[in-house]
Write a protein of this length. Structure first.
Length: 245
């Protein structure tokens, strides 16, 4: 399976994912686990909101991503090197990196065992892989949207799925920390628009017949809500996992 490219959503990514503010929050959580001066690589750097926030307080950072469109946006804010590459084949020497960050990306890579093996290869002994991954246990969402996600979104970055892959690659887990949940646009009108625009990657491959039968009725129901401006309680939760080589 190829890794998922965010080319289709690059122009709207920051506006729909929290942008630089969210990047600063994540950077603050990662910073204590990163070396003060060692080399850091972010796989799936995206628009570089996290890498940019870290750039002034950590060692040299390089960003890798499969999406040329995301890297074009990243280059407008990030001062460090950026490279179009797949995390399944990191173009760096063995043992040349002190830390790797993988933020909101481990559900998108095409071959998780290969990615963990590559991270293990390029990290020095004692180096760390920091993963920011999904936490369904603290998820709050519109029940109709949640039902769609359960049907069509297959999150392979649940901790119980990643742990055996990490261990097989030679990593040991040294830290797990819940990350404060991020609120996202929660009105019925906003949620309907986000679904219709296929904002999230799990919507991209839904077949036309399933879209018509399962997604369109949810969009229509949201738009029939009597108070289109009323805010709900939707939020996404993640957790930080630190693996050590």
């Amino acid at each position: 399976m190829p890794s998922v490219s965010f080319d289709p959503i690059a122009a709207r990514y920051d506006a729909t994912r929290g942008g630089e503010g969210r990047g600063r929050v994540i950077a603050d959580l990662l910073r204590p686990w990163l070396p003060a001066a060692g080399a850091v690589v972010e796989i799936g750097v995206g628009t570089a909101v996290v890498a940019t926030a870290l750039a002034t307080t950590s060692g040299p950072i390089m960003g890798l991503d499969v999406s040329a469109a995301m890297l074009d946006i990243a280059a407008q804010r990030f001062p460090g090197p950026l490279l179009q590459a797949d995390a399944r084949a990191v173009p760096l020497r063995a043992g040349s990196v002190d830390a790797i960050t993988a933020i909101w990306v481990l559900h998108l890579v095409g071959d998780r065992p290969a990615v963990f093996a590559e991270c293990h290869r390029v990290l020095r002994r004692g180096g760390r892989l920091l993963g920011v991954i999904f936490d369904r246990s603290r998820r709050v969402d519109d029940p109709c949207v949640l039902e769609l996600e359960l049907r069509f979104r297959h999150r392979a970055d649940a901790l119980e799925n990643l742990q055996p892959v990490a261990e097989a690659a030679g990593f040991r887990t040294t830290h797990i920390e819940p990350i404060p949940a991020f609120a996202r646009p929660a009105t019925a009108a906003q949620t309907a628009d986000l679904l219709e625009q296929r904002t999230w990657s799990w919507l991209w491959d839904i077949p036309p017949d399933a879209w018509a039968a399962d997604v369109v009725p949810v969009i229509e129901a949201l738009r029939r809500e009597p108070d289109q401006a009323a805010a709900g309680t939707q939020q996404l939760a993640h957790q930080l996992v630190v693996w050590e080589r």
